[in-house]
Design a protein around this ligand. Sequence first.
Ligand code: KG4
Ligand code: ZN
Length: 348
Amino acid sequence: MTDAPLVLGIETSCDETGVGIVRGHTLLADAVASSVDEHARFGGVVPEVASRAHLEAMVPTIERACETAGVALTDLDGIAVTSGPGLAGALLVGVASAKALSIALGKPLYGVNHLAAHVAVDQLEHGPLPEPCLAMLVSGGHSSLLLVEDVTTGVDPLGATIDDAAGEAFDKVARLLGLPFPGGPHIDRAAASGNAVAIDFPRGLTSRRDLERHRFDFSFSGLKTAVARWVETQQRAGATIDVADVAASFQEAVCDVLTRKALDAAATHGVEDILIGGGVAANSRLRAMAVERAAAKGLRVRVPRPGLCTDNGAMVAALGAELMQRGRAPSALDLPADSSQPVTTVVA
Ligand code: KG4
Ligand code: ZN
């Protein structure tokens, strides 16, 4: 293969049916069909609803991606798919579709780790990954700090949330404040006109004692409870809730902990580049705070544009292309969907 590989990537780990097509580091198409509206009235993703929506969206989304990229399926060099972690039923739809394509086209199949794909996607925007780098992935389903030596083989988990994911905290607090699901973007918007130091919400796992055991771990459930208590107390006292101030103060607490721990992890491991990904990386305050705090320490921060931070097929295709370029072995055709695939398993 002389040209960079042309790879189609399929992502169905949660509620987005994503199909991306890349040639090496060049993004050609990123088609996404989301079932988020179908989950909104439940305040969270309903796995069975997501699986059914993936089934319905899969073929049209593949067709849309090929049309946008101007390629035929027969032009592809490889197929990549998220094999885990994620919702079991949802993953199965993507894995079965990818296997069908791989067999029909006679092209290699790569079952890849969702978190490693969140890291690899940045190449589509900012070029080759700085390796080693420190990756902070924050979304509705995960919050982790990873040391990435080689995104195709060596991803080392340094820490993760011990309760709620960062995005989950945004969604739950938004619900408390009467904002729609998913709450992250609404909190972000409300916070823009609020006072971030109006309320001093707790910073989870930052006390000296907690740092001994959980230096690079996160906890957001105490913060969520603190916001709930604060809102209840105000309501009982008959006071009106200043949604903007609560949103800004809550957001400040989350971003403060995330950036502090990411910088500490980077410094501890002697890494100069920090990469942020996942849906919460779309948060305006997180982006600004990370850039500012990193610059003060002489570190660099890379954050893909918001559309590449949330779940999409392009990230899976990007990792697939990287695996092919670095000559990594493909997956077997009996590849399972693994809802708890460890991040150390980049290719299943
Ligand atoms: O990566 P993603 O699309 O799906 C998961 O893998 O979970 O992330 C979705 C999460 C939701 O919790 C959503 O509220 C959050 O990302 N999110 C945000 C923002 N945009 C999306 N959180 C904070 N600020 C935002 N601007
Ligand atoms: Zn994700």
